[in-house]
Design a binder for this molecule. Structure first.
Ligand code: NDP
Length: 291
């Protein structure tokens, strides 16, 4: 089995980005600037945002972290979004999800200027992506597309089954994979919690993208010999043998699948680092557009 090493690939792409930023600096051009908004103390969100900010530093971008407590009001958060929309110094920004329950995530997303939406979550970018126009593509699905391309995994004419229909992963993944482009041109089935007989779908798949959020749910009996598994899930599973009391597990049963599939992403070190790199690529694009 080929391990689809997102960590190594992300590192290689970061080197490429760093070279480009160095060239911009030498030409006295504008250094890309990403801002991240983090609300509350969600431990996973803190890790994700920390990775994003430190990755910016690695490639020579500027980054700003705006932290606010869980008790922030909707209007206070919307005011931060407006400020970032209008700040000429900021090329792109993200509002880390999930937001506290009392905040309307859709309202916050709709307030983000699509030109600075480097997460690719706003309706304008989703719409442009769907029409095949130039857009900021959602970070995780785009990171997966880059990974498939760089690893030379053929998608044209393949049966792809996407598990999970979230707006940030599963649904845009189906759009990108079925587009008339390369990678793309796949025949895509989107499964979710109401899908009947999930296994009948996964058994047909040449490629499975699992974005469900249930640890190790995709098992060897559900997968055909030689399939490719892209495991998006990042789940904390209690593990008393670890110092921190948990381990990270994907949505796929890596140990059970590794002798059956042809290629698979590990968790951690698979899709996660590609998501961060995709965000950096969008930020560089945003910075270039603003000139
Ligand atoms: P959501 O919780 O938003 O969506 C989960 C989806 O899985 C839903 O569509 C749900 O169906 C479906 N689902 C739930 N149970 C089943 C089931 N038994 N059978 C089939 N489908 C099911 O999750 P996200 O898309 O935000 O995230 C998914 C996973 O990916 C999580 O573990 C998350 O941590 C991880 N993640 C990783 C990222 C990375 O960079 N690697 C980035 C983003 C997320 P329904 O719609 O019917 O409820």
């Amino acid at each position: 089995m080929q391990v689809l090493d997102g960590k190594a690939l992300a590192q290689a792409i970061k080197e490429e980005l760093k070279e480009e930023v160095d060239a911009i600096r030498q030409a006295a051009g504008k250094i890309p600037h990403l801002a991240a908004v983090l609300i509350g103390e969600n431990p996973a969100s803190q890790v994700y945002v920390r990775n994003k900010v430190s990755s910016c530093e690695e490639v020579g971008f500027r980054s700003s972290l705006i932290r606010r407590p869980e008790s922030i009001t909707q209007s206070e958060l919307l005011a931060i979004v407006t400020e970032l929309n209008e700040d000429p110094d900021v090329d792109g920004f993200i509002v880390q999800l999930p937001l506290p329950k009392h905040i309307d995530e859709d309202a916050v997303n709709l307030a983000i200027d699509p030109r600075k939406d480097v997460d690719g979550f706003t309706p304008v970018n989703i719409g442009r992506m769907t029409l095949g126009l130039d857009a900021y593509l959602p970070a995780t699905p785009n990171g997966i597309m880059v990974m498939l391309e760089r690893y030379g995994i053929e998608t044209s004419g393949k049966e792809v089954v996407v598990l999970g229909r979230s707006n940030i992963v599963g649904t845009p993944m189906t759009v990108l994979l079925s587009r008339k482009s390369s990678p793309g041109n796949a025949t895509v089935t989107l499964c979710h919690s109401r899908t009947r007989d999930l296994k009948s779908h996964t058994l047909r798949a040449d490629i499975i993208v699992a974005a469900i959020g249930i640890p190790e749910m995709v098992t060897a009996d559900m997968v055909k010999e030689g399939a490719v598994i892209i495991d998006v899930g990042i789940n904390r599973v209690d593990d008393a043998s670890r110092n921190r009391g948990y381990r990270l597990a994907g949505d796929a049963d890596y140990a059970g699948l590794k002798h059956k599939v042809s290629a698979m992403t590990p968790v951690p070190g698979g899709v996660g680092p590609m998501t961060v790199v995709s965000l950096l690529m969008n930020t560089l694009q945003a910075s270039k557009r603003r000139g």
